[in-house]
Ligand binder design. Structure first.
Ligand SMILES: Nc1ncnc2c1ncn2[C@@H]1O[C@H](COP(=O)(O)OP(=O)(O)OP(=O)(O)O)[C@@H](O)[C@H]1O
Ligand SMILES: [Mg+2]
Length: 586
């Protein structure tokens, strides 16, 4: 990002005051969102307010020791990311400085100040293969060539979105670094393999389309009950330790996105260290290559400066949009958006802005919706289609969903995966509360499930939902009068619902086989429970006592389907056994 500042800081303005991450400067000629270098160490900052000749800057690095009177240098450019080959497999901080490069320069990843490092390696060469020829007309966004960025992903080199376009007068093939010109247009414009884009500005598209394909997560409760679309938005609110991070990691590993951008935002250092250490070891289940070959990590941990936490989600979504422009399906996970909102709150209070609810700035909801708005299934300006799905964890203090960040997020996102402390305590994982959660994509995704999994997917799922709903109602009665006071058919429903919960909704993220469940398997487990249900009610109608029905030895085998690799054969046998064992009772 931006240029290096190994030289002295030019005195375009003078520091007036320093309050944590917020610095004011006098006589600085800068525009909103411009990047500036602050103090004699040249700490990176961004202009967030201008009043008369006083400019307010949020500084992306620790400001202790920075004093009034020190210089501030303007760069004249807005906070931008550098986009080009080399972002996959990278780990960045909140302003796209590669953590490994920082570490090399400074010896420690988390303590540096005043170090700038380009977001992508400027020296590394990439093999560029042209996709257009001399004489071709190209427009903004058009793909002019490809680069094998990783074994999993071909990087598409595109005409920058703000280009006038023109006729190709020269195009090279071979090995180049990202700063060398690969295409020349008749207008004199030269195109390189990288481009800059301001992070706070959405990259242009032609149209947002209605998403019709699910982002398959391999998690039964999500795909089965609360699916998210490719290009959709989802929130995962949950109290401390309820499984937000595990759910985000599961999505990063298993979701059928081409590209994953994982933003670790303000969470504990050890959680992020886990990501940084774990992800590079993981295999991509679909290609067998490294998972990092299609992943970009952005890490801003709780011990890193708060302003860089404010920017990390923008850095992440801009990178996501860039890959979307190539025609890819991108999934962005942000863990946790609450820490981002808290960063906004801290900076707002330093600015002495009028606080809104619980001290959050009045623009909290606008910022959240601007961010989630950048998700979607799009027709890109080059005619390709691509998507950005956004999944944000929310960490409400005390697990109280009525607080402002959860409430404002709820108004925006279309999928709500509510994690539940009680379920987590009972070791029901993923502890997604099926009564409170919802997906507004369910109906529009049904045709996909009907065409690609089973024609009766919606009906079977509806049966599961009805059974779980009925269980929730019956539980209230059971609490008052006990289970034995219920009529036999209701006792049986409770038993079936228990299997739905244990065999279908529960899923162990740490079991080699159970960690991922393809949609066909999700269907078959649900359907196996229904097979038991239908045969059991037939037996009940024939006069068999409910205890005998629930006692058959085949039934508990339902709970072991999740861990079966050859699940089809296992389920075929199980269904036969359930039916014949019940038939023997009458
Ligand atoms: N799908 C799952 N399968 C098995 N165990 C799970 C699953 N989800 C969560 N857990 C268990 O719950 C623990 C806490 O999960 P996690 O760290 O994701 O919670 P969190 O909501 O991110 O917590 P925090 O608020 O501290 O960030 C995990 O370490 C794991 O033991
Ligand atoms: Mg967590």
């Amino acid at each position: 990002m931006s240029q290096a500042t190994d030289t002295d800081v030019r005195e375009d303005g003078i520091i007036e005051s320093v309050s944590g991450p917020v610095v004011t400067a006098r006589d600085l000629d800068a525009r909103m969102n411009d990047v500036v270098y602050v103090g004699s160490e040249g700490l990176m900052g961004e202009v967030i307010e201008i009043e008369g000749n006083i400019t307010t800057i949020q500084v992306y690095e620790e400001t202790s020791g920075v004093s009034p009177g020190e210089p501030v240098e303007g760069t004249g450019s807005p906070l931008s990311v550098d986009l080009g080959p080399g972002m996959l497999d990278a780990i960045y901080d909140g302003v796209q400085r590669p953590l490994d490069v920082l570490e090399e320069k400074m010896g420690s990843a988390f303590l540096d100040r005043g170090v700038d490092a380009p977001g992508i390696d400027l020296e590394k060469t990439w093999e560029f293969t042209p996709e257009v020829e001399e004489g071709d007309e190209v427009e903004a966004g058009d793909i002019v060539g490809t680069v094998p960025e990783t074994p999993s992903i071909d990087h598409k080199v595109m005409v920058p979105p703000d280009s006038e376009g023109g006729e190709v007068v020269a195009i090279e093939s071979g090995n180049f670094n990202v700063e060398e010109t690969v295409v020349e247009l008749d207008s004199g414009e030269e195109i390189q393999m990288h481009q800059e884009w301001p992070v706070r500005q959405q990259r242009p598209t032609v149209e947002k389309e209605t998403p019709t394909e699910p982002l398959i997560s391999g998690q039964r409760v999500l795909d089965g009950l609360f699916p998210i679309a490719k290009g959709g938005t989802a929130a995962i609110p949950g109290p401390f330790g309820s499984g937000k991070t595990v759910t985000q990691h599961q999505l990063a590993k298993w979701a059928d996105a081409d590209i994953v951008v994982y933003v670790g935002c303000g969470e504990r250092g050890n959680e992020m260290t886990e990501v940084i250490e774990d992800f590079p070891e993981l295999e991509d289940p679909t290609t067998g290559n490294a998972l990092m070959d299609r992943t970009c990590l952005i890490a801003n941990t709780s011990n890193m400066p708060v302003a860089a936490r404010e920017s990390c989600v923008y850095t992440g979504i801009t990178i996501a949009e860039y890959f979307r422009d190539m025609g890819y399906d991108v999934a962005l996970m942000a863990d946790s958006t609450s820490r981002w909102a808290e960063a906004m709150r801290e900076i707002s209070s330093r600015l002495e802005e009028m606080p809104g609810e619980e001290g959050y700035p009045a623009y909290l909801s606008a910022r959240l919706s601007e961010f989630y708005e950048r998700a979607g299934y799009f027709e890109n300006i080059n005619g390709t289609e691509g998507s950005v799905s956004v999944i944000g964890a929310v960490s409400p203090p005390g697990g109280d969903f009525s607080e402002p960040v959860t409430q404002n997020t709820l108004r925006i996102v279309k999928t709500f995966w509510a994690l539940d402390a009680d379920l987590a305590e009972r070791r029901h994982f993923p502890s997604i509360n099926w009564n409170e959660s919802y997906s507004l994509y369910r109906d529009q995704l049904d045709p996909w499930f009907e065409d690609n999994v089973r024609a009766d997917w919606p009906e079977t799922r509806q049966w599961a939902i009805d059974t779980l709903d009925e269980e929730a109602e019956l539980q209230e009665i059971v609490q008052l009068v006990g289970k034995d006071a219920l009529p036999e058919d209701q006792q049986l429903t409770l038993e079936i619902a228990r299997y739905l919960r244990e065999a279908w909704l529960q899923q162990n993220a740490f079991h080699d086989v159970d960690t991922f469940c393809e949609p066909e398997k999700t269907y078959r487990i649900m359907d196996a429970a229904k097979t038991y249900n239908d045969a059991a009610f037939e037996a009940l109608d024939a006069g068999v006592p409910v205890e005998e029905i629930t006692d058959i030895d085949a039934a508990p085998r339902l709970n072991r389907i999740g861990v079966q690799e050859d699940y089809n054969e296992y389920i075929d046998d199980l269904e036969d056994d359930i039916e014949s064992q019940l038939r023997e009772l009458y």
